[in-house]
Ligand binder design. Structure first.
Ligand code: SF4
Length: 347
């Protein structure tokens, strides 16, 4: 079992006054920590504290390869210049950083250019994200592409990967792991595609635990149970780890063990155990392959015989059914019913 890594994210984590106290605590506990920031609050003093507290890496967001595209996407003139300044500052301070880019219709044809920009900025990694339709993105219809378009973009990146010259990772794109297998080229960073509840857990500012920041289902709360207990015994995580509980084509997919589909996008489509809406793959057999039906030792269901009383589902914070622009698959099919079992709320 690899040692855990703590990712401090937000919102903008540098707005939290005690963020460096948390980083120092992680350091003192021997837990490596990284920070995900938009870079706008970075200065020499924050860099000093980043180094003092042993934060290993920062991530900066890039939405287009140049000022025109990045600023246009953000709607903030000067955003690209600020990003470049942050990258320069981090480089001068010797703090490693990666570039995170979300694939949208506005930049899908320019992923290679963004990779070049990331390299030019001195990033040690380039991580691309497929959009998850939650929060403000739910009302942002223009950002969503057909599954085939995302597939083509991911396959294009797969071709580029060997010569990128920096670490590459496709995030919130579990199907990339399928593409790696189909093309016979497994990435060095090839854990399971979706790690929600299976190597990764999200802890909100109020102690609520979940599978990821985009899946608004609670696995428990740190104010009521220990983190190990929640991670091992949460009914939510038990569901996510059990292929037999999945529905739709992900349930019969020969790549489930390495992919699993994005559970947050499935949830936004109406069923968090349903199929990933951005994957065009058609499983070879509607039947579960025997090897998968028997279960992979590495993905054995955790013991859940002793479910802590304090672990309970909370109703998902779903968008209003009357949201405008109900034109995408997850919107057309969205009923507000997650399909999960919702026991009575504790009063
Ligand atoms: S069908 Fe589901 S499990 Fe299979 S590759 Fe697509 S997203 Fe992954």
């Amino acid at each position: 079992m690899p040692a855990p890594i703590l990712i401090l994210s937000g919102g903008e984590p540098l707005m939290r006054p005690d963020v460096f106290s948390l980083a120092a605590l992680a350091r003192d506990l021997g837990v490596p920590a990284v920070l995900s920031t938009n870079g706008t609050l970075l200065d020499r003093e924050s860099c000093r504290r980043i180094k003092d507290t042993g934060l290993m890496r920062l991530s900066l967001s890039l939405d287009g390869p140049d000022a025109e595209s990045h600023d246009g996407f953000r709607g903030v003139p000067g955003a690209f210049a600020a990003l470049v300044a942050s990258a320069e500052l981090l480089k001068s301070e010797g703090i490693p950083f990666q570039i995170n880019s979300t694939v949208t219709p506005g930049n899908i044809t320019r992923t290679e250019d963004m990779l070049r920009t990331a390299r030019g900025l001195g990033a040690v990694g380039f991580h691309v994200f497929l959009l998850v339709p939650v929060g403000r993105a739910r009302a942002w219809d223009e950002a969503f592409l057909a599954p085939e378009a995302y597939e083509a973009a991911l396959r294009g990146l797969k071709v580029l990967e060997p010569d990128m010259g920096l670490e590459f990772k496709a995030t919130c794109a579990p199907q990339y792991q399928r593409i790696c297998r189909e093309t016979g080229s497994v990435s060095p960073r090839s854990g399971k595609g979706c790690l929600g509840g299976q190597g990764f857990m999200f802890v909100g500012h109020d102690g609520t635990c979940g599978a990821c920041g985009y899946l608004p289902l609670s696995a428990g709360n740190l104010r009521e149970a220990g983190i190990r207990e929640i991670y091992r015994a949460s009914p939510l995580f038990a569901d996510l780890r059990d292929k037999g509980r999945y529905r739709g084509k992900c349930a019969s997919c020969e790549y489930w063990q390495v992919c699993g589909g994005c559970r947050a996008r499935a949830h936004a489509s109406g069923d968090f155990l349903g199929e990933e809406p951005l994957c065009p793959h058609v499983p070879k057999s509607p039947e579960r392959p025997a090897s998968l039906a028997q279960g992979d030792p590495g993905w054995a269901r955790p013991p859940i015989s002793r479910r802590p009383k304090s672990l309970s589902w909370t109703p998902p914070r779903t968008a209003s059914r009357s949201s405008p622009g109900l034109t995408r698959p997850w919107r057309r099919g969205f009923t507000g019913n997650t399909g999960c079992r919702l026991p009575k709320q504790r009063s």
